[in-house]
Design a protein around this ligand. Sequence first.
Ligand code: URA
Length: 234
Amino acid sequence: MRLNTFLARSGVASRRGADSLIEAGRVTVNGLRAELGSNTAEGDEVALDGVVLQLEPYAYVLLNKPPGTITTASDPQRRPTVVELVDRPERLFPVGRLDADTTGALLLTNDGALANRLAHPRYGVEKTYLATVRGSPCASALSQLEEGVELDDGLTAPARARVARRGARESVVELVVHEGRKHQVKRMLAAVGHPVVALERARYASLSVRGLAPGAWRDLTPAELAQLRRITAV
Ligand code: URA
């Protein structure tokens, strides 16, 4: 394992922060000053400022992201980050991004390998959104959403769309997508003439926020974790 990964997984810094600690000469491996880019093997004794470090156990948390929180590490506008909402000793990070005003299912973990696979287009992880939109989408708007919408970064992949609640002024569209482009759902719905007023991610893969109040979080169950591993196994 790369030394900076070991330091990140022991919870002392991000991987980039770990590089700075190594460069500053604060990290030793088996008593010797470590160098940038080096690796550690099982049984090595890694220490920061003389204190021996241990790898943190993996943690997997589902957060019902409330509005106004951001999924990046920090924000010039000083809005709260999703990481601050999850009171865990491990250093967790969100898997993928949701807009600040989007609510709903967000997975946080310190398992970088699983997070990378979940975010990789190859696995096409299913995301289910409930979008409150202006107007009342007709059948042709729904089939456009399903077949592919031309956006400025290309045609969207096949999706599933249905109207979950119809109103003359506003409706709720359930849209199930497998991609994760920036502002994808808002752009898709705007492109078919129904701008999004509010957006919630109801499910991420098999993980549902049902029963979780906005801002609340819980550990994944062993069955949920096994399911995430299964869908990213090949
Ligand atoms: N699509 C969007 O437009 N916004 C999100 O936050 C997630 C998906």
